[in-house]
Design a binder for this molecule. Structure first.
Ligand code: MG
Length: 283
């Protein structure tokens, strides 16, 4: 039975949590007229399962020593994490309207010094996993049973530092480290598999000594099963969950847009996107 979040949160469904995260991300995007909204909509299910099923944390005490650490290696996904942190009650919803503004605690790229619940300053890509290895070693040294989750993108699979960290995690038998790869097959210059193909990805991680699962990252029951397996496995090795996600998930007219890394949303389209999302609102 998962602890932490689920122990303190109500019986709101994970589908609804994911929907709420999407909605909050769209509202923030509307504030600035821009944002990495395609990624946020795509990764919302992963974040819902993380914060409302898997993570052991205390929303009222984001620096609680016993918490599971959730690292946002992809700093430009901050809009998605802010939405999840608000949904989890770690950030107050009233701050939504300050997104990206001067003096806001929610800058457009994630920075640890600004935001409760933002564990690292990501965004120089390819560093989250290495930081996660250090944290996992440190927590083990302290006798903590907390997990370290590192959320990274498929674009970061092209960074050598990722693979150094992967090799190191396996060398140190870091069974308290869970890496989540958001595989949306998009990076700044186009489809990740066309820029620098990392397939066969599961075989690659396996060869680096990791326990590998690959799931549809927009399928909540599949994600729940994968996170449970990653947390309860007895093998002394790090775990990776490769999540195949769809950019802009939940807003079909955006899903169909060709360039989705930094999706252009016209001023009048934010309201339209919110309307379309509303039509798919779960219980
Ligand atoms: Mg990507």
């Amino acid at each position: 039975m998962p602890q932490g979040a689920t122990a303190t949160m109500s019986n709101v469904s994970l589908d609804r949590r994911a929907w709420n995260i999407r909605r909050k991300a769209l509202l923030m995007g509307e504030v600035q007229g821009q944002g990495y909204i395609g990624q946020a909509l795509g990764v919302a299910d992963v974040l819902a399962v993380s914060y409302f099923h898997a993570l052991n944390h205390r929303p009222g005490d984001p620096e609680w020593q016993g918490r599971d650490r959730f690292l946002l290696s992809i700093g430009h996904y901050a809009i998605a994490l802010y939405a999840a942190l608000m949904e989890a009650g770690i950030l107050p919803e009233e701050e939504l309207e300050t997104y990206g503004m001067d003096d806001s605690r929610m800058p457009m790229s994630g920075m640890a010094a600004y935001t409760p619940g933002m564990e690292i300053t990501g965004g120089s890509l390819g560093h989250g996993l290495g930081i996660g290895v250090g944290m996992a070693l440190g927590l083990r040294q302290k006798g903590s049973d907390a997990f370290v989750y590192n959320l990274m993108s498929d674009g970061e699979l092209g960074e050598g530092s990722t693979w150094e960290a992967a090799m190191s995690a396996a060398h140190h038998d870091l069974s308290n480290l869970i890496c989540i790869v958001d595989f949306n097959d998009q990076q700044a210059d186009g489809p990740s598999t066309k820029m620098l193909c990392s397939e066969p990805l599961d075989a690659k991680w396996e060869a680096f000594g990791w326990y590998v699962q690959r799931v549809d990252g927009n399928d909540i029951p599949a994600l729940v099963a994968a996170f449970d397996r990653a947390r309860t496995l007895s093998e002394k090795q790090p775990r990776v969950i490769i999540c195949d996600t769809r950019m802009c998930k939940g807003v079909p007219f955006l899903e169909d847009r060709e360039i989705t890394h930094f999706v252009r949303v016209e001023p009048e389209e934010w309201a339209k996107a919110l309307d379309v999302l509303e039509q798919g609102k779960p219980q």
